[in-house]
Design a protein around this ligand. Structure first.
Ligand code: PEP
Length: 255
């Protein structure tokens, strides 16, 4: 049985004070959420403040990125062990913003996956097609390439520790979510591929949907059999809307 996992990716938002205030507001709202995993991914600069505010709670800390090397001359980068030292249990890798804006390749993402597992962190690996690729009927081909490339260095006995996030690029930050049917179709494809590669462990990998998830559309998306939670950007910046997504509650006045 796969446990739903909800992660808020704050991107380049919130200083330490704002981050701690968010956690104080979130924790009472999700105190009854035993059946799900909840993850917060603040910017690096707020990791320590969020770790302190989360102390004693079941909500997990994540980094938004990592460098695959254990240490060395990589100015501006952060190693997996440094994240573990701060209390991180997850790190997001392969986000489409990093792929598009910072030129990250599947091979680089794959090296991060292996390095995170080595350091005892769970990778949240993002994949997804652009609108152009979808319109050209290439969605499955793109997902196939990204899965193969981004998981090339994944030791098969560690597959169960992975989280996959299907994030169609055209749905990120646009307010235009995939329909539940479109998302389920992609998730079923990804599930089939992970199962073929990793057997039972692959079938058990949690696959999040990401792309304009909000309180109004969370319930319909989460009702799909292969959607195991959400990676949330914009709506994860407010504790109230993130907790509503976790509870699959529709916002007042929404249909
Ligand atoms: C994201 O950036 O991973 C994301 C899903 O953003 P948003 O929810 O704002 O579309």
């Amino acid at each position: 049985m796969r446990r739903p996992i909800f992660a808020a990716n704050w991107k380049m938002h919130k200083n330490r004070r704002e981050a701690a205030a968010y956690v104080r507001e979130l924790l009472p709202r999700v105190a009854d959420s035993d059946g799900v995993e909840i993850v917060l991914a603040p910017p690096f600069t707020a990791l320590e403040a969020v770790a302190a505010a989360l102390a004693g709670s079941a909500v997990a800390l994540a980094a938004q990125n990592v460098h695959p090397a254990a240490s060395g001359a990589f100015t501006g980068e952060i190693a997996p062990g440094m994240l573990a030292d701060l209390g991180c249990r997850f790190a997001i890798v392969g986000h489409s913003e990093r792929r598009a804006l910072f030129g990250e390749t599947d091979a680089f993402v794959s090296s991060k996956v292996a390095a995170l597992l080595e350091a005892g962190l769970r990778p949240i690996v993002c994949i997804g097609e652009t609108l152009e690729q979808r319109d050209a009927g290439r969605t499955f081909e793109v997902l196939e390439t990204q899965i193969t490339g981004s998981l090339a260095d994944l030791p098969s006995d560690r597959a169960g520790e992975l989280v996959l996030a299907y994030e169609p690029v055209w749905a990120i930050g646009t307010g235009r979510s995939a329909t539940p049917g479109m998302a389920q179709e992609a998730h079923a494809y990804i599930r089939g591929r992970l199962t073929a590669d990793f057997g039972e462990a692959g079938a058990g990998i949690q696959i999040q949907y990401g792309g304009s998830v909000k309180p109004e559309n969370a319930a319909a998306l989460m009702a799909q059999p292969d959607i195991d939670g959400a990676l949330v950007g914009g709506a994860g910046l407010e504790a109230e809307s993130f907790s509503k997504i976790i509870h699959f509650e529709a916002q007042e006045g929404s249909s």
